[in-house]
Design a protein around this ligand. Structure first.
Ligand code: GAP
Length: 512
C-alpha cells in the first residue's frame, strides 16, 4: 500500500511537471533530478515559507547567500576532509553496495516494528483496560526487544567511535543481517568513503588547486559570521540563515528525491553565549516541529529521533523524522555544534572569530545551534502527504493534490466556459486582475470537468469560471479544490477572496 503510494507520487510528479530525471534523454543521471514547471513553483513556495518563518519573523535572524566554492582549507578545518565519510559494505553475490549504518539501523527498525506488533495485539486483547506504558515497562518479550535494540546500537556507536570497522562487519554478521537483494550474508569488509565531490580551479599549467563542492551550506555561514555580526551590528543571540545547493557523492542513492547527489538545504546557525546552548537547542527543536505541524498534516507524521552517534562537531543532535511513504526517515536535523567550527576556523585561518559580549564584559567564541532541513525532502514530504485519490458520490475517482493553499504552484485557474462568444476575452480580464499578485493559469482546452480535474491534480486551490452571465453582470463562479463547492461572486470581490485563501502571511501568523 505504502509502496503503491510512493510509486504514485513518483509518476504523478513526472506526469504533471513537478520532477523529471536529470538528463533523461541520455538515460538519466543517477540520483540527480530537475524540477519542472509546477515543481519549481512549489519549491519556491516552500522556500518562502521557511525564509518567512526564520528571517522575516525574527528580528535577530538575517539571511545570506554565500558561494558554493569556498577556500579548500575550509573543509580541512571543518573536519569534512578527514571525517565526512560513510561506512560502506558490499554484498559479493548481488554486487550491491550498502551503508553499513543504514543496514544496522534498518535491522533495529525491524525489531522496533515487532514491539509495535506486540502493542497492537495486546491493545486488542485487553481493550479499554490496556495500559501501554505499563505493558512497555513490564512485558518480558517487549523488554527483550528493547534490550536487543539498545545493545546493537551501543555496540555500533562504540565501534564507529573507535574506528573499528572490523567490529561493524562482525556486528552485521552476528545479527545475521542479509542483503535485501541476494538474501546472502556474503559481505566484504567495511570501508570508509568520503562524500565530497572534488573539482579543479584554474588551468593545469598554472598549477590548479583542488576545490570541493560544498557538502553543506553551513560553512558559508561560519566563514561570514564576523562580517555579518559587525556589518549588521548583531547582538548575541542571533542567527544567520541561508538556502542553497549542497553536493554529496552518495553511494547508496535511492528513494527518489530523498537522497540526492545535488540537493538544496535550508540552514540556520544560531550564535549563543557558551553555556546557554542546551536551552536554545531545546527551543529550536520545538520551534521547528511547530513549523512542520502548522502545515496541517496529521501530527502523528512527525517524531523526534535523538542521535546516539553524534557527528564530529556536535554535543547534542536530534532529527525531526517524517512518515514518508517508505516509513519514518530524517527530514530535518537540529544540532548543538558547540564552538567547534568557529574555533577550527580560528586555528586554520589565524584570524580571531570572537564576540565581545557587553552584558558580561567578556570576549568569547560563540556556541552554535543549527537547524538544517533538506528542501527536496520537504518537497517530497509535502507531495506524498498531499496526493490523494478520492471516491466521489457517483463512484468516480478524483486525484487531488490538496497541498496547503499558500504552497500551491498556481493559486488560481481561470477557465472560460466556451472558447467563443467573448468568454476568452472576459477570462483574460480576470487573469489581468489577479496576475500581479498570484501565479494564475489560463486554460480553455477541453470540457470544464476535465479542466477542473487537471487543476485538482496540480493542487490549484481556486478555479474561476467565466460564462455568459459574466458578460452581463460581471460575476464569476469560484470553485474550491478541496470541497468542490461553487459560489458565484462579483469580479470586484475576487482579488480579496484569492488573497485571503492563499495567504502566506496568515500561515506565518499561525506560528507566532
Ligand atoms: N549542516 C548540517 C548538515 O548538513 P545533515 O544531517 O547532513 O546535516 C541536513 O543534513 C539535512 O539535509 C538532512 O536532514 C536532509 O533533510 C538533507 N539532506 C542531507 N543529505 C541529503 C541528500 N543526499 N539528499 C537530499 N537531502 C539531503
Amino acid at each position: 500500500m505504502a509502496d503503491d503510494q510512493f510509486k504514485n507520487v513518483i509518476s504523478h510528479a513526472k506526469e504533471y511537471g513537478f520532477i523529471f530525471q536529470s538528463s533523461e534523454i541520455y538515460d538519466g543521471l543517477s540520483a540527480v533530478y530537475d524540477y519542472g514547471q509546477c515543481g519549481a513553483l512549489l519549491k519556491n513556495n516552500i522556500k518562502a515559507y521557511w525564509w518567512g518563518a526564520m528571517v522575516q519573523m525574527h528580528e535577530n535572524i538575517v539571511g545570506i547567500d554565500s558561494a558554493i566554492f569556498m577556500h579548500p582549507t575550509t573543509w580541512k578545518a571543518s573536519g569534512h576532509v578527514d571525517a565526512f565519510n560513510d561506512p560502506l559494505i558490499d554484498n559479493k553475490d548481488s554486487k550491491k553496495r550498502y551503508r553499513a549504518d543504514v543496514l544496522i539501523e534498518d535491522h533495529v527498525e525491524k525489531i522496533r516494528q515487532k514491539i509495535e506488533k506486540e502493542l497492537k495485539k495486546a491493545a486488542k486483547r485487553f481493550g479499554e483496560a490496556f495500559d501501554k506504558e505499563q505493558y512497555l515497562a513490564t512485558n518480558s518479550r517487549v523488554l527483550g526487544y528493547q534490550e536487543k535494540m539498545k545493545a546493537i546500537m551501543d555496540r555500533f556507536v562504540k565501534a564507529m567511535d573507535a574506528e573499528d570497522l572490523a567490529d561493524v562487519k562482525q556486528l552485521i554478521e552476528d545479527e545475521q543481517i542479509k542483503c535485501p537483494v541476494s538474501g546472502s550474508m556474503n559481505w566484504t569488509d567495511v570501508r570508509q568513503f568520503n562524500l565530497m565531490f572534488g573539482t579543479q580551479m584554474g588551468s593545469v599549467a598554472e598549477g590548479a588547486s583542488t576545490l570541493y563542492l560544498r557538502p553543506e551550506t553551513a560553512q558559508g555561514i561560519f566563514l561570514n559570521y564576523l562580517n555579518v555580526q559587525k556589518t549588521g551590528r548583531m547582538k548575541i543571540p542571533f542567527g544567520i540563515a541561508q538556502i542553497g545547493k549542497a553536493f554529496r557523492n552518495e553511494i547508496v542513492a535511492r528513494q527518489f528525491i530523498f537522497r540526492m547527489r545535488e540537493f538544496e538545504q535550508m540552514e540556520m546557525q544560531f550564535f549563543v553565549r557558551p553555556g546557554t546552548e542546551m536551552e536554545w537547542y531545546e527551543s529550536w527543536k520545538e520551534k521547528r516541529l511547530a513549523w512542520h505541524k502548522s502545515l496541517g498534516f496529521d501530527d502523528s507524521n512527525y517524531r523526534f529521533h535523538d542521535h546516539e552517534k553524534l557527528a564530529h562537531y556536535a554535543n547534542a543532535a536530534a532529527d525531526i523524522e517524517f512518515n514518508f511513504p517508505f516509513g519514518f526517515k530524517e527530514l530535518e536535523g537540529i544540532h548543538s555544534r558547540t564552538d567547534f567550527d568557529l574555533k577550527q576556523h580560528e586555528e586554520f585561518s589565524g584570524k580571531k572569530l570572537q564576540y565581545f559580549d557587553p552584558e558580561i564584559g567578556e570576549n568569547y567564541v560563540p556556541y552554535v545551534v543549527e537547524t538544517s532541513i533538506g528542501l527536496d525532502r520537504m518537497f517530497l514530504a509535502v507531495l506524498s502527504k498531499s496526493l490523494i485519490t478520492e471516491t466521489l458520490e457517483d463512484g468516480s475517482k478524483r486525484t487531488v493534490l490538496n497541498v496547503p493553499a499558500f504552497l500551491a504552484p498556481y493559486k488560481v485557474a481561470v477557465l472560460p466556459l466556451l472558447k467563443k462568444d467573448g468568454l476568452p476575452e472576459k477570462a483574460r480580464e480576470v487573469v489581468n486582475l489577479l496576475k500581479f499578485d498570484h501565479m494564475v493559469q489560463y486554460d480553455e482546452k477541453d470540457a470544464i470537468g476535465k479542466r477542473y480535474r487537471r487543476q485538482d491534480a496540480i493542487g490549484t486551490p481556486l478555479c474561476v469560471t467565466v460564462d455568459h452571465q459574466s458578460l452581463e453582470d460581471n460575476t464569476v463562479t469560484v470553485r474550491f479544490r478541496d470541497t468542490m463547492e461553487q459560489i458565484r461572486i462579483s469580479m470586484d470581490e475576487l482579488k480579496a477572496l484569492t488573497s485571503e485563501k492563499v495567504s502566506l502571511s496568515a500561515q506565518l501568523g499561525k506560528l507566532s
